[in-house]
Design a protein around this ligand. Structure first.
Ligand code: 3PG
Length: 305
């Protein structure tokens, strides 16, 4: 049985080694397609594989059509918006993710971006501190929970809103639950986005919502660029010179945001989950899930039921 690792943004070497050992231990063969630049390479590589491990690689209908033996795709990570899950379902291909495995890495980056933002992007001028500031988490999943844990260590007051997580669960984690996303932006100095890109959330971070932030507010995005209405955020940041925006996902309008000197920063390539630990955890979990599926049909982490 052939298992393909197709990663345009490759895993750390330790993770590839662990995935290979795990797959071979179960008697399967590992095929690697790393740092590919053309879709044709992916179309060619999927031809004779039964399973695939990907990151945010686009798995579109043409990829699945080319993969005539494919039974399972495991997204080594949380967000699976890059995979056409409905088409996979139609074709009887299982799609899974590995929730939580890279959450700490993303959460640590949130705090890194925040320190950078409040310290005036290390420009030598006086900045401010995170202690005592109110941090709002939009969604309280694995990443949000890790951000809360670390932010409390900085002495921040943490608030959260999650449409799918009851307030008592948020409160039990020592975080203030608020009634809706508007209240989060009203009450917090900083809002960190942890929502997936879905039809409901796409473009939802707009002028009216972000304008609720108090003076000096900061928006942090380590989720997906699609959730932000870029044109409206640009307009708001032009209207309000006190706001900052830091992101791990380069917006399409990066060049326009970059003109907002001293108020905007984007990592050059999404790197929230780009640590040896996260790669190892998510990659190995993906390999184990593939082995479990072929051993006894386990589909515990299926996202396209
Ligand atoms: C995720 O959804 O798991 C994160 O956004 C990380 O994505 P990546 O594997 O593409 O870095």
């Amino acid at each position: 049985m052939k298992v393909l690792v197709a990663t345009e943004k490759p895993f750390a070497a330790n993770a590839v080694k662990a995935i290979k050992e795990e797959i071979e231990k179960a008697g399967h063969e590992l095929v690697l397609l790393e740092k590919y630049t053309e879709k044709a390479q992916l179309l060619d590589a999927v031809k004779d594989v039964e399973a695939m491990i990907v990151r945010s690689d686009n798995v579109t209908p043409d990829v699945m059509d080319a993969a005539t033996k494919l039974k399972i795709i495991v997204r080594a990570g949380a967000g699976y918006d890059s995979i056409d899950t409905a088409y996979a379902k139609e074709k009887g291909i299982i799609v899974e993710n590995t929730p939580g495995q890279n959450a700490n890495a993303v959460a640590e980056l949130v705090l890194g971006l925040l320190v950078y933002a409040v310290r005036a992007f290390f420009n030598g001028k006086s900045g401010s501190e995170l202690i005592g500031k109110k941090l709002g988490l939009l969604a309280f999943g694995n990443v949000g929970r890790n951000v809360a844990r670390i932010a409390k260590g900085f002495g921040m007051e943490v608030y959260a809103y999650d449409a799918f997580c009851p307030a008592n669960v948020i409160e039990e984690a020592g975080v203030h639950a608020v009634a809706n996303q508007e209240a989060l932006f009203d009450q917090c100095d900083i809002v960190s986005l942890h929502i997936p890109a879905t039809p409901e959330t796409k473009q939802s971070i707009n002028y009216a919502l972000v304008n609720r932030l108090p003076k000096g507010g900061i928006l942090v995005n380590t989720a997906r660029k699609e959730v932000i209405n870029e044109a409206e955020l640009l307009k708001l940041m032009a209207d309000r010179e006190d706001l900052k925006f830091v992101t791990d996902i380069k917006p399409d309008a990066d060049a326009d945001f970059a003109k907002l000197e001293g108020r905007y920063f984007s990592t050059p390539k999404k790197m929230g989950a780009q640590t040896a630990e996260a790669n190892f955890n998510a990659g190995l979990a993906a390999a184990k899930q593939i082995n479990a599926y072929f051993a006894d049909g386990c589909t515990k982490f299926q996202v396209n039921k």
